[in-house]
Design a protein around this ligand. Structure first.
Ligand code: NGQ
Ligand code: ZN
Length: 446
């Protein structure tokens, strides 16, 4: 397959009249200066590095005030109540819808941080990896690249208290988890570009003994939620005598295989130390705003050479441009300055390139750059849109992120699969109809 773009963002910068040859899902040849007809602009399509797809079905349902002050923790209680209703069929229907929306917004792949393993009340399905199989089936249906991260969840808090309520669906001891991981590996067998990793849920939910073993469980990426909420920092510090990121830097074998989700609450010393490990910061600005987490230290992270990517996490809204825009805007609010996440490159260019390369690293996926040997994860922008009229180079990306509308992606290829065409995912109609039926049933039962 051959793609042609008037302009494309290559690792060495913007190039004109670019011809990209794709073979077996990978980029086989990139040549600039070849006139031809095709797309206006082609960019590397990033990975969505953090998602819990099932939460897409509760979007918009948690914005009222609960008793006292609503918070992350009251939201979590609602989320637990919601997930008590989900069957394996629901999980697949919701995941497929979320994946369709991810592709349409410009993501070529997703890291699914998957903890809804078991039936209501605990125990296992006949196939302990049933739910992983559903996520894999949704990826197969939609063609979105998948890095699947089965989650280890053992306890209800840092003190080792037992799981309760909705958490019973997440919990696995070592033997059950080994079977989940095994089955998840088998469920990915039909997806040529899928990656299996592992995700200890958080310092709250996994024992220190298990945390010491996670890096050896797969050859793939290791993701963990960390330092999202102040209460978590207080809890970890009281129990272990160190702040979460300080503790992680001292006790976990952090390196480029690791992705630390949120990392919102860090001192400047923690920020610099974590950045130097090579671990990717998994930022989810829309969800972090929605849940009232706080603001990541962007300038401190970049100054220390840290890698980052973005994720849609709770999927309350699935939008790549909005994640990147809010990442920068939250920095502007905090710093009272402009173009905070820019260097010699413009803000939009830096955000896009870093999210593409950082996301790929977090996903263990050979992608994020339009270069020979990489998976063909690329997208085409609607350069005929009025908002992009007459713009080129970095300003094209700046307009797309700061002035554009959703839906500027006309086409997207994931590992060469042409899954978005004319701005719509090719399976949207069927996936959406099934999702709507699922939503109706779930909402009728609430
Ligand atoms: C999650 N989400 O696993 O879905 C979490 C909430 C928790 C975010 N942290 C549960 N955004 O952290 O205990
Ligand atoms: Zn999360």
């Amino acid at each position: 397959m051959i793609l042609h773009a008037e302009t494309a963002l290559l690792p060495q910068g913007w190039a004109q009249d670019v011809r990209i040859r794709i073979e077996h899902g990978r980029i086989a040849e990139v040549t600039a200066g070849v006139p031809g007809r095709g797309h206006g602009a082609i960019l590397p399509a990033p990975v969505n590095l953090h998602s819990h797809t099932f939460q897409r079905a509760m979007a918009g349902m948690t914005e009222g005030r609960t008793a006292g002050q609503d918070s992350f923790w009251t939201w979590r209680a609602l989320m637990y109540r919601f997930l008590e209703r989900l069957s394996p069929e629901d999980v697949q229907a919701i995941a497929a819808q979320a994946m369709v929306e991810m592709a349409e917004s410009g993501f070529a792949a997703v890291c699914e941080f998957h903890y809804l393993h078991h039936p209501v009340g605990g125990g296992t399905y006949a196939d302990p990896a049933e739910m992983s199989g559903r996520v894999a089936a949704a990826a197969a249906e939609t063609g979105l690249g998948l890095t699947h991260l089965p989650v280890i969840y053992e306890q209800g808090g840092v003190d080792g208290r037992a799981l309760a309520g909705g958490q019973l669906r997440f919990g696995s001891g070592p033997e059950v988890f080994a079977r989940v991981l095994d089955g998840a590996g088998r469920a990915l067998a039909g997806l040529p570009d899928a990656v299996l990793g592992v995700a200890p849920h958080s310092l709250r939910a996994v024992s220190r003994a298990t945390l010491g073993r996670v890096a050896g469980m797969t050859a793939g990426p290791v993701h963990i939620h960390i330092a999202e909420q102040v209460a978590e920092v207080v809890e970890v510090q009281a129990a272990w005598g160190a702040r979460p990121v300080d503790w992680a830097c001292a006790n976990l074998p952090l390196d480029a295989r690791w992705c630390l989700i949120h990392a919102t609450q860090m001192t400047p010393a923690e920020t610099a130390a974590l950045a130097r490990t090579g671990a990717v910061a998994g930022l989810c600005p829309v969800t972090e705003a929605n849940l009232g987490d706080g603001i990541f230290d962007g300038p401190g992270w970049l100054a220390a050479g840290g890698a980052f990517g973005v994720g849609t996490d709770s999927n309350v809204r699935i939008s790549l441009p909005e994640e990147l825009r809010l990442l920068e805007y939250s920095q502007r609010f905090a710093q009272k300055a402009r173009a905070v996440m820019a260097d010699h490159r413009s803000t939009g260019r830096l955000l896009w390139e870093e999210a593409a390369t950082g996301g790929a690293r977090a996903a263990g996926r050979a992608s994020g750059r339009i270069a020979v040997g990489q998976w063909a994860d690329v997208l085409a922008l609607d350069t005929a849109d009025l908002r992009l009229e007459g713009l080129a180079g970095d300003q094209l990306l700046d307009a797309c992120l700061f002035a554009g509308r959703d839906g500027l992606v006309t086409d997207l290829w994931s590992a060469g699969r042409h899954i978005v065409q004319h701005g719509r995912h090719i399976a949207r109609a069927a996936v959406e109809a099934r999702f709507r039926a699922t939503l109706r049933r779930l909402r009728d039962s609430l």
